[in-house]
Design a protein around this ligand. Structure first.
Ligand code: NIG
Ligand code: FE
Length: 437
């Protein structure tokens, strides 16, 4: 082939990452389930070419370099380190003010989460602190949390409201998430969680609050933020199955995507309800039965497991993840970042917990934290894998063995983070790219 023809056919890359131990999580369609939940698609001595913020080519280094036309503007030598898609955190509650450190002390002394909530603490106390906080304070706290998520390798985050619990406050929190999305490199997938708790003013009248959610909040949310997800906390002390059904059905009728907090403490039947209504994900899934697992498998909802919450509560009752994988339920992971049960921004810590307590292999946990979490967040066709056409959201790990992501814990193994083809966090960013010589 002539040089001219090669140039016409070849691609022009903005940046190439080379000499990487690639974990691509690529190939096929949909979330990975069953035996494929462990399908990492490792490429030794691989390369990734990036153009216009997307992945242009990925594979063995020699093949990627051959496909290039000319010298890329920048080359990053990964030096054999592991390079993988940025983590997708499939479940967070990052819009809040204040601290609930005292509740940890109360739980140590024997109180349960549901007791603390019933006594006016819990979500209710964060709602009061959040409503009292200024816009500036809330945005600054939210951006700080996004900074920490990014430093731990999260490039896409599902982010819920749920500490406003009035139409005005909930809309304000959705607007804050949109503002943070504009200002911060982490990609935000917003979720309306107006049914997080029954707020002060509706105590003893939960159905009146559900009326407000269904008749006023959901239509207002669907008008202002069409297509966002709607979530509901269905549990003891939160919303009943019948209330959750009213909310999810109305959300679906308004064109919103569905999610649910199901079986975190008690099994009220919400897993079958949400999966039956076509929920994109069903989350927590601790008090979940074998029958529920079968429904999830049949309906195809992604199971978002949150081992940091179980740990944060000091509980030993973890979700039945092995049964889910065995039944072909696609399993995803999230931090559940929130002030009550899991004040942590660390997906690497979630991998460490998921291996020990959910008994996922490290490979299964990585798929859960990337590709499957992207599907759980409605972004499965653009994030969560290293594949041509997908967003160039990439992280570099300190080490050449992907198992280090779960084997080591308590620190941060992520040394560099790229979003949309730009290095945005980690060692030496933004000026450390090695120029092509
Ligand atoms: O996912 N379960 C409901 N929401 C959070 C806790 C929120 C809070 O306690 O503030 C959770 O665990
Ligand atoms: Fe949650």
């Amino acid at each position: 082939m002539s040089v001219a023809a090669e140039r016409r056919l070849g691609m022009i890359a903005d940046l190439v990452i080379e000499h990487a131990t690639l974990v691509t999580v690529a190939g096929g369609t949909g979330p990975l389930r069953g035996a494929r939940q462990a399908d990492l698609g490792v490429v030794p001595d691989g390369a990734v070419a990036v153009a216009d913020g997307r992945i242009a080519a990925v594979g063995p280094r020699a093949a990627v370099l051959r496909a290039l036309s000319g010298v890329p503007a920048a080359v990053f030598d990964a030096g054999g380190r592991v390079v993988l898609p940025g983590f997708v955190d499939a479940h967070t509650h990052p819009v809040w003010a204040g601290s609930r450190a005292e509740e940890l002390e109360q739980r140590i002394a024997g109180a349960t989460y549901v007791e603390i909530m019933a006594g006016g603490g819990g979500i209710g106390s964060t709602v009061r602190a959040t409503r009292a906080a200024s816009e500036t304070r809330l945005l600054a706290d939210l951006l700080g949390r996004l900074d920490r998520l990014l430093a731990f390798g999260v490039t896409t985050v599902e982010a819920k409201t749920g500490y406003g619990l009035s139409t005005e406050e909930e809309l304000r929190h959705l607007a804050l998430l949109a503002e943070a999305d504009r200002r911060h490199p982490v990609r935000i997938v917003p979720t309306f969680l107006g049914a997080h708790a029954v707020p002060d003013g509706f105590r003893g009248r939960p159905d009146a609050y559900v009326d407000l959610v269904v008749d006023e909040m959901l239509p207002a949310v669907a008008t202002a933020w069409p297509g966002v997800f709607c979530d509901v906390f269905c549990d003891d002390g939160a919303f009943t199955l019948a209330q959750a059904e009213r909310i999810l059905r109305r959300a679906a009728a308004l064109g919103l995507g569905l999610k649910a907090h199901a079986d975190e403490f008690a099994n009220l039947g919400c897993t079958a309800l949400a999966a039956g209504l076509g929920a994109t994900s069903v989350d927590h899934l601790v008090a979940t039965t074998a029958e529920d697992v079968a429904v999830l498998a049949a309906r195809g909802s992604v199971a978002v497991l949150l081992p940091g919450t179980t740990f944060g509560l000091g509980s030993t009752r973890f979700a039945p993840a092995r049964a889910m994988v065995a039944s072909g339920v696609p399993v995803a992971l999230g931090t559940d970042l929130n002030p009550g049960t899991c004040p942590s921004e660390s997906m690497p810590l979630m991998l460490a917990l998921a291996t020990r307590y959910l008994r996922l292999s490290t490979a299964e946990a990585i798929v859960a934290a990337t590709r499957n979490a992207a599907y759980a967040s409605g972004r499965g066709e653009m994030a969560g894998r290293l594949e041509p056409g997908f967003a160039a959201d990439v992280i570099v790990i300190d080490g050449d063995d992907y198992r280090d992501l779960a084997y080591r814990f308590g620190g941060n193994p992520v040394v560099r983070v790229m979003v949309g083809g730009r290095w945005v966090a980690g060692d030496g960013v933004p000026n450390a790219e090695r120029r092509a010589s």
